[in-house]
Structure formats: structure tokens, C-alpha cells
Design a protein around this ligand. Structure first.
Ligand code: ATP
Length: 194
């Protein structure tokens, strides 16, 4: 499986629709400071379900929407679509390509409540479905596939339990632990009959 493309519109500094296409092998993005290189990796993390606005260098989620410049008005909407090539069947049960989208609208006073809408191959889904799709693939929210500036240091300084979660994702056991926890919590909520 590999990343084929990212399309951004209204996301951070990418006010206009912008597509970045990746080939197999290494792709380097170069540009002056502040030109938007990190915004590209953040768009990928955001589309794959990043739920911490802080880790996207914002205060609340709608801060990812283009905030305007001296010469251009702010926008009220952002979307990112990520296309993955799955022709090797790496994600079992998914098609040859997988398209994951996230959309977000500003909503004034309620901005802090907004997380956005997700789609997989055009179909509206919950964030949970995105997590399920990528859990243990190495592309999950907390995986090592995307290492942003400062992350290496953060991993070294992480508590042992936090580091354990990273190893568990890499080893592919996180999915089963999460399901076990969910099942236990459902069992605990089930009334016992005598
Ligand atoms: P460096 O090489 O210094 O790490 P970079 O190329 O990675 O820089 P980014 O950090 O991706 O650059 O981009 C920062 C730019 O994105 C800044 O100019 C900032 O004003 C702009 N930016 C961030 N969020 C928004 C937003 N919501 N609306 C408009 N512009 C934004």
C-alpha cells in the first residue's frame, strides 16, 4: 500500500484546490520556511482522523480552515481527500484504491464543538470507521508513519505506558486490545438476570 495523492482545499495555507501526487519511492517536498510543507503532512494526519487541534498547531479544529491573508478573505470550509493505493491488498476487504475524506465547516459560536465529517470512498462514515480501517496498518493516528518535527524527541520523552502503545500498534495487537476493552465495557453495562 502506498500514498497516491492528497487533495486539499481551504486547508490551512492551501486556500485553492491543490493536489500533491506521490509516486512509489521517495518524494521530497522542498520550499522556504513558512511555505506550507508541514501543512501538507498535517493535512494527511487530519484526514486520517487526528482529533487534537493542538497537535495541528491550532486552538480548535476549525483553525485548520484557511484564515485569510491581507489580500484574501478567510474561507468557511476545508476539505482534504487522501487516496491510497491498496492494489497489493494490504488492507484486506478494501478496494484497489481507498479514498478517505474529511470536511469541516465553520460554525461561529459552536466552533469548538466541531470535528468534521468523514467519508470512505464517498460514503459518509464515523471517525470510528476510519480508526478501524487503519488500526494496526501502521497508518493509524498515533503510528510512526508520520513523524512531525519534535515527535522523535516526544517519543524519547514519553512515559513507558505511552511507548508501549506505540509498540503495540506496530506489532498489530492494538486492535484486539481495543476490542477487548469495548466488549468488557459492554458486558459491564449488561444487566445480569438471575
Ligand atoms: P518550516 O520550513 O519553517 O517548517 P513549512 O514550510 O513547514 O515551514 P508550514 O509550517 O507548513 O511551513 O506553514 C506555515 C504557514 O501556514 C504560515 O505562513 C501560516 O500563516 C500558514 N497557515 C497556517 N494555518 C493557516 C490558516 N488556517 N490559514 C491560513 N494560513 C495558515
Amino acid at each position: 500500500m502506498y500514498l497516491k495523492s492528497i487533495e486539499m482545499q481551504g486547508f490551512k495555507s492551501f486556500a485553492d484546490k491543490t493536489q500533491v501526487v506521490f509516486d512509489k519511492g521517495v518524494t521530497a517536498v522542498v520550499g522556504p520556511n513558512g511555505s506550507g510543507k508541514s501543512n501538507i503532512t498535517e493535512s494527511l494526519r487530519w484526514a486520517l482522523g487526528e482529533s487534537s487541534a493542538k497537535s495541528l498547531r491550532g486552538g480548535k479544529m476549525p483553525d485548520v480552515i484557511f484564515a485569510g491573508t491581507e489580500v484574501r478573505k478567510a474561507l468557511n470550509y476545508a476539505e482534504v481527500a487522501v487516496t491510497l493505493d491498496n492494489s497489493d491488498g494490504f488492507i484486506a476487504g478494501a478496494g484497489e484504491t481507498i479514498r478517505v475524506e474529511r470536511h469541516i465547516y465553520r460554525n461561529g459560536d459552536n466552533d469548538y464543538l466541531i470535528d468534521g465529517e468523514y467519508r470512505i470512498d464517498g460514503k459518509k462514515v464515523r471517525l470510528r470507521d476510519i480508526h478501524d480501517l487503519f488500526m494496526d496498518t501502521g497508518l493509524g493516528r498515533d503510528s510512526f508513519s508520520i513523524i512531525s518535527q519534535g515527535r522523535v524527541e516526544a517519543i524519547f520523552n514519553a512515559k513507558p505506558e505511552e511507548r508501549r502503545a506505540i509498540f503495540e500498534e506496530a506489532a498489530g495487537v492494538l486492535k484486539y486490545k481495543t476490542r477487548k476493552k469495548e466488549t468488557e465495557s459492554k458486558l459491564n453495562q449488561t444487566p445480569m438476570s438471575s
